[in-house]
Design a protein around this ligand. Structure first.
Ligand SMILES: C[S@@+](CC[C@H](N)C(=O)[O-])C[C@H]1O[C@@H](n2cnc3c(N)ncnc32)[C@H](O)[C@@H]1O
Length: 296
């Protein structure tokens, strides 16, 4: 399946996030932190909070798990932990840059399927599928049939990711599948829900750190660069600014308007650890209502 412009932009966004968080925040993890009371919300503690996130996820792995498919493995840090603890892990990673990092960490032996989950073609089934903050990127209409296909009977789908709450009004932050629609879809497919834990309060503080990085580093750099271009190449600057005015306005609203913070997140998103089991009653067909919902 060819990549859409949105997917391409998301991939670039993740690569930039990795470069920035590696340099400024000293971390290779690409997911939120899990902030407990003993951990002040400061850049120096992000890596620790992210380690807590991974430990929280691992602590919730179904007891009979041995084989795992980690979908959207990022730089491979979670997969590495799982391998070190004796699990048999394979990964899916559609991003060339992230796959390269993951291969450095995991070695050439561990299979990494370099494609989107939607396009995966392997003749295998696993005990558990893990989506650590990668779930929101996968198209829902493909998710259920693929989950059905790649899970052994009795196997589990473990999701740790945030969902959107459209009933709370228009959100200034994008991302996340519609929470109610997704849950209904899983009920319709007769997957059994065995865990649904709200960890929004523990993860939301990560947004305040990201906002801080934007204000302390990215906005000043952006201002210096644009002042320089404006003074040296005035005509070119004004022409480009006019040509890309809609894109610039969109970026400004999305990243530089001060609305990507913990408060907004708490209002418009819900971060969940969810586990669904593939029971013998599970089905692979999506109802017409689900198909419409999945496309929204
Ligand atoms: C926010 S990062 C999370 C990375 C890693 N799981 C972690 O927790 O650090 C999102 C991941 O999802 C992957 N991804 C994006 N779209 C995907 C898709 N359609 N299928 C599988 N993975 C996807 C990205 O390449 C990236 O590795």
């Amino acid at each position: 399946m060819a990549r859409t412009t949105k997917e391409h932009t998301q991939e670039i966004g993740l690569s930039i996030a990795l470069i920035l968080s590696r340099y400024f925040l000293k971390t290779d993890h690409l997911h939120y932190g899990f902030w407990t009371e003993d951990l002040p919300v400061e850049p120096g503690h992000l890596h620790q909070a992210q380690e807590k996130y991974q430990e929280y996820l691992i602590a919730h792995l179904p007891a009979d798990t041995q084989t795992i498919l980690e979908v959207g493995c990022g730089t491979g840090t979670l997969a590495k932990k799982l391998v070190d603890r004796g699990y048999e892990v394979e990964c899916v990673s559609p991003s060339a840059l992230l796959t390269e990092r993951a291969r450095e960490l995991l070695g050439a032996e561990l299979p990494i399927y370099e494609c989107k989950f939607e396009d995966l073609e392997v003749e295998k089934q696993y005990d558990t599928l893990i989506f650590s903050e990668s779930f929101q990127y996968v198209k829902l209409e493909k998710l259920v049939p693929h989950t059905y296909r790649y899970l052994k009977e009795g196997g589990s789908l473990l999701i740790m990711d945030f969902f959107s709450l459209p009933e709370m009004g228009k959100s200034p932050m994008g991302g996340g599948h519609d929470f109610a629609k997704f849950q209904q879809m899983m009920v319709d497919q007769r997957f059994e829900s065995v865990a649904n834990i709200d960890i929004t309060a523990e993860t939301a503080p990560t947004l305040d750190l990201a906002e801080d990085l934007i204000h302390q580093v990215i906005i000043p750099l952006k201002t210096i660069a644009s002042e320089h271009l404006r003074s040296r190449y005035s005509v070119l600057y004004r022409s480009l600014h006019w040509l890309f005015r809609k894109k610039i306005q969109k970026l400004n609203t999305k990243y530089f308007s001060g609305t990507r913070n913990a408060d907004t997140f708490l209002r418009h998103k819900t971060y969940r650890l969810m586990i669904y089991e593939k029971s013998s009653a599970a089905t692979t067909e999506l109802s017409p209502t689900d198909l419409v919902a999945a496309e929204l």
